[in-house]
Design a protein around this ligand. Structure first.
Ligand code: 7TS
Length: 416
């Protein structure tokens, strides 16, 4: 494929125009126009999101779910409208199954703690995969330790693909839950979640999906995936930090105890006994991040306006272009060469530490992430200290990739 001619701004997306929506992309870093290739860590924000948050504080702010006065009712209406928007965004059956959390980390901790407290017993198992982010490992280790349960890990092959036969084999009579990432933040691998869910459900095992790296890049349909829990972070889908979503099947959420206790999550309280509110409020104790929810709503509107299919198509082309061009770097080794990949190019250059490469790229105004990417067990499996990771969003261009490749070549010449 001639990827160099096949992708021009305006082909699938008008990227030149889109870039104007993101104020930060026009600034400089270390005196150079910034090349931002770390959207997997956190994406940049379009003006519409920034404006929605500031407009909320300027003109609409009051606490939600409690005031009889108009301002509070309007804030509540705006807040709940985003819940419905999120429901539609991930095609959840009901908006009460959409719980606002701080992000994926809190979404997984909520399920680990609450589901784990209720359903995990000594000798039980939780099954994860070898490519999980620490936030889909550590919460399970914590609850397993508390309950005397054990954590099982489904292995991958050298390309960074889950070995499906092994995954299926590890689904045992003792497995109470599967927790797996939809897309790997380090490898870019897209896991076959639907097949994994089918295998787990065939044995009556529910599945939690970490959607942190999927939601920014593709249409997510929790009913099509048939996931029992699905979680994503607002700040990776062009929304604000501090807000995220946990979708949970009502059947499970209703059976699980609350995670946090406090205001908003109760029906009645006496000193002797408290009864809890229904969904979703049972899992939303205290004043929520109202501005964060409003900003997330604006981010979803923005993504839908651009079009998720167009985003996926454009990013696939850009990733193919990046992969082809990076092959020009002598001694490059890609980490993560799955057939089905999204938006991440992780690599090492022979004889060069990823940190040194990242530091020189930074001086050239190129922002990439280096290190273990919060996937230390995965790095151990590959026997490497870390990688250099360029992660893409729809606002990146072939020019960004060209500057990355030239930057890496120059850095390699300096370091060798
Ligand atoms: N799961 C995956 C797959 C992730 O990529 C991340 C963040 C998280 C969970 C945690 O999300 P949070 O919003 O709760 O922090 N990943 C990265 C990354 O790749 N670089 O920095 C953060």
């Amino acid at each position: 494929m001639d990827v160099t001619t096949n992708i021009k701004p305006g082909n699938a997306l008008d990227v030149a125009r889109i870039r104007q929506d993101f104020p930060l992309l026009s600034r400089k870093m270390n005196g150079k126009p910034i090349v931002f290739l770390d959207s997997a860590a956190s994406s940049q924000k379009p003006e519409k999101v920034i404006d929605a948050i500031s407009e909320y504080y300027r003109a609409q702010h009051a606490n939600v779910h409690r005031g009889v006065y108009q301002l509070s009712q309007d804030a509540t209406t705006a807040f709940e409208a985003v819940r419905e928007k999120v429901r539609d965004f991930i095609n959840a059956p009901a908006s009460e199954e959409v719980i606002f959390v701080r992000g994926v980390t809190e979404g997984i901790n909520l399920v680990a703690s609450s589901f784990g407290r209720k359903f995990l017993r000594e000798g039980d198992e939780v099954l994860i995969t070898a490519m999980e982010h620490h936030s889909n490992i550590v919460p399970w280790q914590m609850i397993c330790e508390e309950k005397g349960a054990s954590l099982k890990v489904a292995p991958i092959n050298e390309a960074g693909e889950l070995i499906m036969e092994e995954f299926e084999r590890l689904l045992s009579d003792r497995t109470r839950l599967v927790a797996a990432t939809h897309v790997s933040n380090t490898l870019g691998t897209i896991n076959p979640i639907r097949e994994m869910v089918q295998m787990a459900h065939a044995k009556g095992i529910p599945v939690l999906v970490d959607g942190a790296q999927a939601a920014p890049h593709m249409k997510v349909d929790v009913q099509e995936l048939d996931a029992d829990f699905y979680t994503f972070s607002g700040h990776k889908v062009f929304g604000p930090t501090g807000i995220g979503v946990l979708y949970g099947r009502a059947k499970w959420l209703n059976a699980m105890p609350p995670y946090h206790g406090g205001g908003e999550m109760i029906k009645t309280v006496t000193f002797e006994k408290t009864t809890y509110a229904g969904l979703p409020h049972k899992f939303e104790a205290g004043t929520p991040d109202i501005a964060g929810v409003i900003g997330l709503g604006a981010a979803i509107d923005y993504v839908l306006e651009i079009g998720q299919d167009a985003i996926t198509q454009y990013e696939n082309q850009l990733l193919a272009y990046a992969t082809e061009r990076l092959k020009e770097v002598e001694g490059i080794r890609f980490i993560g060469t799955a057939r089905n990949k999204a938006s991440v190019a992780s690599f090492l250059v022979e004889g060069i530490h990823p940190y040194d490469l990242g530091a020189i790229l930074d001086k050239m105004g190129i922002a990439v992430r280096t290190g273990h990417h919060c996937t230390q067990p995965l790095m151990d499996w590959y026997g490497i200290p870390g990688t250099v990771r360029a992660s893409l969003a729809f606002y990146n261009t072939t020019e960004d990739i060209d500057r990355l490749v030239e930057g890496v070549k120059k850095a390699v010449a300096m370091l060798r």
